[in-house]
Design a protein around this ligand. Structure first.
Ligand code: 6PG
Length: 231
């Protein structure tokens, strides 16, 4: 696994933000899927201000919400809401667009179908970069252990996650595997055990999305790699 190890979560956030901008500037990334959760929030805040924002504003970018909790768009659990309040805290640069899952006034299945319609109408042929997190159970996006999203030609799908008793919406594994590059973000001691399982190739969604793919990097801090200095 290609690890980039940072001293702290803050340095990880800065390093990942810079790496995303360089992927845009030097590798032509224009369609970028974004993870939800807490780890990426400081990354998105770095991208929303100062020099990094200015560098990104030079390009047309389609940002894609990689997965969503099926909650009202104003709900604090909404990934779209989190992304709009961090990555776009200072407004969305001209030429940028956010493709998200509609969760108000629709059922989960319709939400996924509407997302696919929008994806196709935008002419998206695939992801240039997938920014992903990983749960301590090995889930990534909203691909959870024991929850089969199917393996047909769908781009995104609704999944009911028993352990959460909740509907989720998620990009399909094949879309994430086909991305030109994947940046996984994992910080904190609570991710140490699952990173070990992923390194061993256990049967986990994060492994299914990343195993054998070129251009996959794991941005981690020392706590997540079990390298915290003994006090
Ligand atoms: C979500 C994310 C999910 C997340 C992991 C890790 O909707 O929650 O897309 O896959 O990346 O749950 O979350 P943390 O970064 O909060 O540990």
């Amino acid at each position: 696994m290609n690890f980039r190890i940072f001293e702290s979560a803050e340095e990880l956030a800065r390093g990942a933000a810079e790496a995303i901008v360089r992927r845009v500037e030097h590798d032509g990334a224009r369609v970028i899927s974004l993870s939800g959760g807490t780890t990426p929030k400081p990354v998105y805040r770095h991208l929303s201000s100062g020099e990094l924002r200015d560098r990104l504003a030079e390009f047309d970018i389609i940002w894609v919400v990689g997965d969503e909790r099926f909650v009202p768009s104003r709900d604090e659990a909404s990934n779209e809401k989190m992304i709009r309040e961090t990555l776009f805290a200072a407004g969305m640069p001209p030429g940028h667009h956010l493709l998200s899952f509609r969760t108000d006034g629709v059922e989960p299945e319709e939400s996924a179908l509407l997302f696919e319609r929008d994806w196709r109408e935008l002419g998206i042929r695939g992801l240039d970069l997938a920014v992903l997190g990983v749960g301590d159970d090995g889930h990534t996006a909203s691909l959870f252990p024991g929850v089969d999203p199917g393996d047909d030609e769908r781009i995104a799908r609704e999944v009911f996650v028993e352990k959460l008793s909740a509907w989720r919406l998620t990009l399909m594994p094949r879309i994430l595997r086909a991305a030109e590059a994947r940046f996984f973000l994992a910080s904190g001691a609570n991710k140490r055990e699952v990173l070990g399982r992923i390194e061993r190739g256990d049967d986990l969604p994060a492994v299914a999305v990343s195993a054998g793919t070129p251009s996959t990097w794991w941005f981690v801090d020392r706590a997540a790699r079990g390298e915290v200095e003994r006090a």
